[in-house]
Ligand binder design. Structure first.
Ligand SMILES: Cc1cc2nc3c(=O)[nH]c(=O)nc-3n(C[C@H](O)[C@H](O)[C@H](O)COP(=O)(O)OP(=O)(O)OC[C@H]3O[C@@H](n4cnc5c(N)ncnc54)[C@H](O)[C@@H]3O)c2cc1C
Length: 426
């Protein structure tokens, strides 16, 4: 039994934000434990919408949630900072110094004490050590990266419009992130064209490059084929069985020596855990830097450390890095941590696959249903799939804000759709 436990959550994404909010509302509110959330960003954003922020079809200022304001309403404390190390014997989380963009030090290295540590730092794109990728490619793993890419796209778009030049955007990775991003980019260009009449859609070429024989390898073949056809109809150049061996200043170099000339390059192929996880006081990781955890989500070497979401690898379970897994693991910890603090034995985490959905912006959406739904193993598409996709985000908002505030946020978005341009034009 642990009384007045200090529970520290590192990473306020899909899993961490739900855990901090719910444990804050229960253990924090009743003062049975202190709940602390640490995140390197000062805002929470639902990561599965980053591609829409990157493409400019969604405005981040309407979607981000201030950790500090949210913490004050939900009985937990938020500290900005980037975790870089761990001292398990003294139960300390070490954070990097925080600096201004010009390098001026704001605050030096700090350490936080924990009784229970929950690591929820997510994942980042895996460049598999391919030459030039980290130097020349954009990544869409964090809010600032999505915003930086969008700024660049808008800059190039204006140049195309004003100078009558052409541009090409190449995205590597035919998984959900790559597929959804290229569809949103088409939507962005189409809307910009409607506003400007500069024939932008004739001047901008979009390539989607995938190493494997089909798109969306995690989805059934029927969905992969439907998505491929739809993307081709939208004018995207889909290159399958195409291996990139390097990113160069001019574009992507392929295995056969060909160069896919690209004004902008995005890398969205595969994920791995952040590199610092490899050096966390000897905690075990898999080949992709994900921390190994037991079925109770406790690390293999230390029961007071739990890991959830993309950065966790549950031994003997083959779970994909998805928001669905992150949410179910968060839900498990929200229920079980109070029991564990009270000295009860933890049951194993059980994952229920509820299906997968891929959204091609306003053009189409496709989904496969899991074996636990109303129509086990079925397919959905069109409006039903689009609503199901939106439902994932609305459910997350509801868990974080409650039903009423979640509804108001939805309403505000509907009003904004009428009163503001549907893409970012600033
Ligand atoms: C463009 C895109 C589209 C996607 N679409 C879907 C989809 O349609 N459906 C689906 O199920 N999944 C989708 N995913 C995957 C989904 O977003 C992730 O599986 C999910 O966000 C994982 O949740 P998480 O809590 O583990 O991590 P995240 O949500 O990534 O949160 C990690 C948090 O940790 C913080 N952090 C990171 N490092 C540190 C550090 N060192 N110190 C402190 N804080 C740190 C970050 O700032 C972030 O707030 C998509 C992903 C992307 C990139």
């Amino acid at each position: 039994m642990i009384e007045n436990a200090s529970i520290v959550i590192v990473g306020g994404g899909v899993a961490g934000m739900e855990i901090a909010t719910q444990l804050g509302n229960t253990l924090g509110r009743s003062k049975k434990s202190t709940i602390t959330l640490i995140d390197r960003d000062s805002f929470h954003v639902w990561k599965p919408m980053l591609h829409t922020i990157a493409a400019g079809t969604n405005d981040v200022s309407l979607q981000k949630i201030s950790f500090m304001a949210h913490a004050s309403q939900h009985h937990f404390t938020y500290w900005p900072g980037e975790m870089s190390g761990l001292d398990r014997q003294n139960k300390l989380v070490h954070l990097q110094p925080i600096k201004m963009p010009d390098g001026t030090l704001i605050i030096g290295k700090r350490s936080f004490h924990y009784d229970v540590l929950i690591i929820a730092v997510g994942s980042c794109a895996n460049d598999f050590g391919i030459s030039g990728v980290s130097q020349y490619c954009h990544f869409i793993d964090a809010r600032w990266q999505a915003m930086a890419f969008n700024r660049t796209v808008r800059g190039h778009l204006f140049r195309c419009a004003m100078n009558s030049t052409e541009m090409s955007i190449s995205v590597v990775g035919g998984g959900a992130t790559g597929v959804e991003l290229v569809a949103e980019l088409v939507q962005f260009v189409e809307m910009a064209d409607n506003y400007s009449q500069f024939d932008l859609n004739k001047k901008i070429k979009i390539n989607l490059i995938e190493n494997g024989p089909y798109l969306l390898p995690a989805f059934p073949q029927k969905i992969s084929s439907a998505v491929e056809n739809q993307l081709k109809k939208l004018g995207i150049n889909v290159l399958l069985n195409t291996k990139v061996i390097a990113a160069e200043e001019e574009g992507f170099r392929l295995e056969d020596g060909q160069l896919i000339k690209s004004t902008l390059m995005v890398w969205a192929a595969g994920v791995k855990g952040p590199d610092f996880l490899k050096h966390l006081d000897h905690l075990e990781v898999n080949a992709n830097n994900m921390l190994l955890v037991k079925p109770t989500l406790q690390t293999t070497l230390d029961d007071s450390i739990f890991v959830v979401g993309d950065c966790a690898s549950v031994i003997n379970a083959n779970l994909s890095p998805t928001a669905q897994v992150a949410h179910q693991q968060a839900k498990y910890l929200i229920k079980e941590i109070p029991n564990w603090l009270a000295g009860k034995k933890l049951p194993p985490f059980e994952y229920h696959y509820l299906g997968g959905i891929v959204s091609l912006g306003k053009y189409a959406a496709y989904g496969s249903l899991g074996k636990y739904g109303v129509f086990p193993g079925g397919f959905i598409q069109g409006k039903v799939a689009q609503y199901s996709y939106d439902f994932l985000y609305r459910s997350h908002q509801k868990r974080i804000h409650g039903l009423f505030k979640g509804y108001l946020l939805w309403l505000a978005e509907q009003i904004n759709k009428i009163t503001r341009p549907s893409i970012r034009l600033d």
